[in-house]
Design a protein around this ligand. Structure first.
Ligand SMILES: *Cc1c(COP(=O)(O)O)cnc(C)c1O
Length: 239
């Protein structure tokens, strides 16, 4: 193995152990939690190594980086998640490679994602990104709809051609009442998920938890954790 592959393998093993331990502590089956490796800022070669090591879900947050990487890895059976704030002028590109867009947070985005998915002939999974610290009618600092906007957006996704409503996503807030209270934040997200599933039973994905707080997310009931740093290392630049 190359040095890099050895390093990634070691990091993956450590993350796998953390997830398994968190599942055991929460009385959950390990299969209930899917690891998504966030490969932003890292090269396509790393994505390839991760695939060799068994990773099947990867995430990116910027179309400029993601589009060429996805193209370079198009021979691999990977599920690509888009997790960044998304401008409508990037939607057409993202719809060409993303399987799931986790950052759906406004109606305009729903409409352009739907139009782009129809055009490319692909079905796009969508998660509503929830900003737990956003006031009614506003979006969060890192994207996301205020909690009272979830239902309307979910209905729009569910009705939109070529889109599939898969569930909810959040990033633990840095400010506001949930700052530093990841477990409480993720539990709140689970409440919104239960409410959502009562009207949309198939929308059962809950994407929460990153390198620093995956245990809190698994304890709360997340189905997907998004891990970057703990697998790939500290990012060379902001992203
Ligand atoms: C970068 C990023 C992650 C991964 O964060 P780490 O702390 O590196 O694990 C997860 N979710 C989103 C939305 C991100 O942008």
């Amino acid at each position: 193995m190359t040095d890099r592959k050895t390093e990634l393998a070691r990091n993956l093993t450590a993350v796998e152990e953390r997830i398994a331990t968190a599942c055991a502590a929460a009385g959950r089956k390990r299969e209930e939690v899917t690891l998504i490796v966030v490969t932003k800022t890292y090269p396509a070669d790393d994505v390839r190594l991760l695939h060799e090591l068994g990773v099947r879900h990867v995430a990116e947050n910027r179309d400029q980086d993601a589009a060429p990487k996805a193209a370079a890895c198009s021979d691999l059976d990977l599920t690509w998640h888009f997790v960044g704030q998304l401008q409508t002028n990037k939607v057409r590109s993202v719809a060409g490679y993303a399987d799931v867009v986790q950052s759906v947070d406004r109606l305009k985005l729903v409409n352009s994602l739907s139009a782009a998915a129809v055009r490319t002939g692909r079905e796009l999974g969508c998660l509503i990104q929830v900003a737990l610290d956003a006031e009614s009618g506003h979006r969060g600092a890192r994207g996301g709809v205020a909690p009272d906007g979830i239902e309307q957006l979910a209905a729009a996704v569910a009705d939109a051609p070529a889109l599939r409503l898969d569930g909810l996503m959040t990033v633990a807030p840095l400010a506001g009442p949930y700052a530093g209270r990841q477990r409480a934040a993720f539990e709140r997200l689970m409440e919104f998920s239960s409410r959502l599933r009562s009207g949309h039973p198939a929308a059962n994905m809950v994407s929460a938890g990153m390198s620093a707080d995956l245990e809190d997310a698994v304890a709360a009931g997340a189905t997907h954790v998004r891990i970057g740093t703990a697998v790939l290392g500290v990012r060379p630049r902001l992203g």
